[in-house]
Design a protein around this ligand. Structure first.
Ligand code: MOS
Length: 729
């Protein structure tokens, strides 16, 4: 089905099941532990044995020798996979460095071997006996030192390295008020709950991977390419995922090595990337250095805006596109943005929740706070004055599909009690706490992506939906169930949702906050096809038949879905396809974050006292799961503001704090109160669901609101994240 824009009134608009805050239908299974993770598929592969990854002890260089004799002789060892016996491996197009290294070493903790044994403990013990001698080479590990050598990278995900409009230099030079500042953000780790893990089994030349992966169809392609086998021979199964945040968009070493190991020992093999291996073996959000220049008149109206970003990655890698939102968020005739990439021999940098905007807004929205102060304009009012209803680089011919930033700013400020904020910093005391309020705009692109589904009715009238869409803890099961129920006029418990299996039609997958809107639109398309089949079977005109209460109705007649489905059941499959929509309309989601912090006058300890926000993201398919996405993302924003940082050892090229004891993330006690308001919005140019993404919006700007609140509390402007105590003292 091809999406016609604007979407007219359609069956989703009935809003009987869609838009209701249903609990997650997988919730009980998830919290009781009965939803198995990939490593726990004992049912699927009862005779599986265990693999343990041996990671590289250097960041760059070569292996001089690898002695496996002691490991091979250790108790229970069944085999060892290395580059020497793995056969020729292709390289997937989505991995920057090979997932199995050797003899060349591309980064610290890159997999050099997989030791397979009868038990987990035997595999881990034997792995310590693998003796590797290395010939290290000099590598580059220091972004600040290398940033002067930054080069223009190729386009990344359709995002060009440079953009320009008008005359930035001239506009900036002429401006009455000028802000010119540098901001830095460190490397971040996804720190999702379930580690990367796979159980692999071969049946002849057919491979099944029970794995933890956000993008099933991409994963199948990458496995096939890497192993040099046909895609049809590969099955990925990933029904329950304990978080991804972008770390599971791409194939990782667990999946490849489990497949190779299972082939070598002739039995199913389980591999998990151990928690302490994850930060260096897998991907992370790259650190950035950002320069922002804004030129405005005395009322704060922007005439010139410039944003330059430096980040690093392995050779062949991609930049952190942190200037993305600056291309689209505020007005100004004279503009420039630039992404610069330097070669670093640290582990692979890649997407983490809201890649680009999440750290771009940590800089831009502090710069806006600095501009507000310099102009003497309230920060909320400043953003309202600089609103623009079209893509400001392209001009009015590319309007936003919908944009309710101003509504978010006004409603959010009102609900938070922003009018009680003192503009001058350091004015409010509560006992030993200096108290301040800060705010920031939220912005995240809205992408739509082709997505397919199959939907059927069985003889009992139960509706069954199948798509390879994943649920990474986001609520996909529930909103897909709600979509199917709405479309076919049944209740949610009359719908069975099956996800995360490459045997089902390819979906958009979970990434870039496109999953919810795109995957439900695919279910919409399949449901429209099924409605036509049901109506035809009933002998009713397809465009006039009504679907209510488990019945297909026309005039005064009706028939049950169960009767029409018959003993065989009735099925339909389709996908939703979008033409050049993204060229005709700018699409994004918007919001406004507000935060109140307390800063201890002696210790400089920062406590978030409350947070609130208003968000516009099209139709909210399920207000409960959407709110959960937003508060989780706001929490991640607090982490980015106050604590999260992978510390680079610039001598040896690795992340030192590579476990959950030392990579600090917010816990419940750090997040006292979060208020989320959704602004009513139906985006009829985004999809037939009239929804947009909401999974990443909440992190975008949240950290800047914290930073701005610290400034308001203390008068200390911090531009180097995380904003730790040592920087405040
Ligand atoms: Mo997202 S960082 O595309 O999972």
């Amino acid at each position: 089905m091809k999406f016609d824009t604007p979407a007219g009134i359609n069956p989703i608009d009935k809003g009987r099941v869609i838009g209701i805050p249903h609990d997650r239908i997988d919730g009980a299974a998830k919290v009781t532990g009965s939803a198995p993770y990939a490593y726990e598929r004992h049912d699927a592969a009862p005779n599986a044995v265990y693999g343990w990854i041996v990671g590289s002890a250097i960041a760059k260089g070569r292996m001089a020798s690898m002695d496996l004799r002691a490991a091979e002789a250790a108790p229970g060892v069944l085999g060892i996979v290395t580059h020497a016996n793995a056969g020729k491996l292709g390289k997937g197009s989505m991995n920057t460095a090979p997932l199995l290294g050797g003899p060349q070493v591309d980064h610290y903790e890159q997999a050099m071997a997989l030791v397979i044994a009868d038990t987990f403990e035997n595999a881990r013990d034997a792995a310590k006996l693998v003796q590797i001698d290395y010939m290290p080479e000099d590598g580059k590990y220091d972004l600040a030192a290398e940033s002067l050598k930054g080069v223009m990278p190729p386009d990344s995900f359709g995002s060009p390295a440079d953009t320009k409009a008008g005359d930035f230099d001239g506009g900036f030079a002429r401006a009455a008020i000028r802000i010119d500042q540098r901001y830095t953000t460190p490397d971040h780790s996804h720190a999702m709950m379930e580690p990367h893990a796979t159980t692999a089994a071969w049946n002849g030349d057919r491979l099944t991977l029970w794995t933890s992966n956000q993008m099933i169809a991409w994963g199948v392609g990458e496995v096939a390419k890497t192993l040099g086998i046909a895609k049809e021979k590969v099955r990925l199964v990933s029904p329950y995922i304990g978080g991804g945040f972008g770390s599971k968009l791409f194939l990782r070493a667990d999946a490849l090595l489990a497949a190779l190991g299972a082939k070598q020992v002739g039995r199913p093999v389980k591999v998990a990337i151990a928690r302490h291996q994850i930060p260096n073996n897998t991907t992370h959000r790259p650190a950035t250095i950002q320069r922002i220049r804004i030129g405005a008149d005395r009322d704060g109206v922007i005439d010139a805006i410039g944003h330059e970003v430096w980040s690093g990655d392995l050779p062949g890698g991609s930049p952190e596109t942190a200037a993305q939102q600056t291309r689209l968020l505020y007005r100004g005739a004279n503009r420039m943005t630039a992404h610069r990439l330097v070669t670093l021999n640290l582990p692979e940098g890649n997407a983490m929740r809201a890649p680009g905007e999440a750290v771009g807004l940590l800089a831009l929205e502090v710069a806006m706070d600095e501009l507000a102060e310099a102009c003497g304009v309230d920060p909320v009012e400043l953003r309202i004055r600089n609103d623009v209803q079209y893509d400001p680089e392209a001009g009015p011919q590319r309007p936003y599909s919908s944009r309710k930033l101003v509504e978010c700013l006004r409603a959010g400020a009102d609900r938070f009690g922003w009018d009680k904020r003192k503009a001058k910093p350091g004015q409010v005391r509560d006992g030993r706490w200096l108290v301040g309020m800060g705010m920031a705009a939220a912005f995240r692109n809205n992408l739509v992506s082709k997505s397919g589904a199959r939907i059927g009715v069985d003889a009992q009238g139960q509706v069954i939906v199948e798509t390879d869409m994943t649920d990474i803890g986001t609520g996909s099961y529930t909103i897909i169930g709600q979509t199917a129920a709405e479309m076919l006029g049944v209740t949610l418990d009359q719908v069975t949702v099956r996800l995360g299996d490459s045997r089902f039609p390819a979906s958009a997958g979970s990434g870039g906050q496109w999953g919810a809107n795109s995957s439900t639109a695919g279910v919409y398309a399949a449901a429209m096809a099924l409605r036509a089949k049901l109506a035809e079977k009933a002998g009713y005109p397809a465009d006039k038949a009504q679907f209510d209460d488990g019945l297909v109705k026309f005039d005064n007649k009706s028939q049950t879905l169960a009767a029409l489905a018959g003993r065989e059941g009735l099925w339909a499959e389709d996908s939703m396809d979008y033409g050049d929509l993204d060229k005709r309309y700018a699409q994004a989601t918007f919001g406004a974050h507000f935060c109140e912090v307390g800063v201890d006058i002696d210790t400089a300890e920062v406590r978030v006292r409350r947070m609130g926000g208003a968000f516009a993201a099209g139709r909210i398919l399920n207000p409960k799961s959407a709110r959960s996405q937003v508060i989780g993302a706001m929490t991640m924003g607090v982490g980015a503001a106050l604590m999260e940082s992978l510390e680079v050892d610039t001598r040896f090229g690795f992340f030192v704090n590579h476990d959950m004891a030392e990579y600090v993330v917010p816990v419940h006690a750090d997040i006292p109160q979060q208020d989320v308001l959704f602004i009513d919005e139906l985006d009829d140019k985004s999809s037939p669901m009239k929804a947009k993404g909401v999974g990443e919006l909440g992190i975008c700007g949240a950290g800047a609101a914290v930073a701005n609140a610290i400034y308001n509390a203390t008068g200390i402007r911090l531009r180097d994240y995380p904003l730790t105590i040592d920087k405040l003292l």
